[in-house]
Design a protein. Structure first.
Length: 154
């Protein structure tokens, strides 16, 4: 099952980030858990592109770029400390989806780095429905793992 493998990769990344950030972002796990529970239904209700756009608006391009720099290069942890755990949780969910779409060859590497271009590509190439159908098993695995590993908010 590729979906579970990729979901484990994403949750492992989040756990590593929480460990490295320490008390600065201690609620990141619970924030991500909330996203993993809420956003799959949003995808079904409003569509993949609207949901990704919503996540992108919560993290912003500048902060997504900082997060991506950390993920890809493993450095610049300091800049993440200035991003709220809520924004990071949306950014991690957005990254997880785009990275999964890249891994299943639906989008290219450069689109993971620029969510705006990814949204544009998925819309213009009429791939949103295909992406949604291919994503559902993955986001369900992410939801199950997030519920198992991270505490509830509050």
């Amino acid at each position: 099952m590729r979906q579970i493998y990729h979901a484990i990769e994403l949750i492992s990344l989040i756990k590593r980030l929480i460990d490295e950030l320490g008390n600065e972002q201690k609620d990141l796990g619970s924030k991500f858990r909330a996203r993993a529970r809420f956003l799959p239904q949003m995808i079904l209700d409003t569509g993949l592109l609207s949901t990704l756009s919503f996540c992108f608006g919560k993290i912003t391009l500048e902060n997504y770029s900082k997060l991506l720099t950390y993920i890809l290069l493993g450095n610049d942890l300091q800049v993440l400390k200035n991003i709220s755990s809520e924004a990071l949780s949306y950014g991690l969910y957005l990254y997880g989806i785009l990275d999964y779409l890249r891994k299943i060859n639906l989008i290219t590497d450069d689109l993971v780095q620029d969510p705006f271009k990814a949204l544009d590509y998925l819309e213009k190439e009429n791939r949103a429905n295909t992406a949604t159908n291919l994503l559902l098993p993955f986001i369900i695995e992410v939801k199950k793992l997030a519920e198992a590993i991270f505490k509830e908010e509050g």
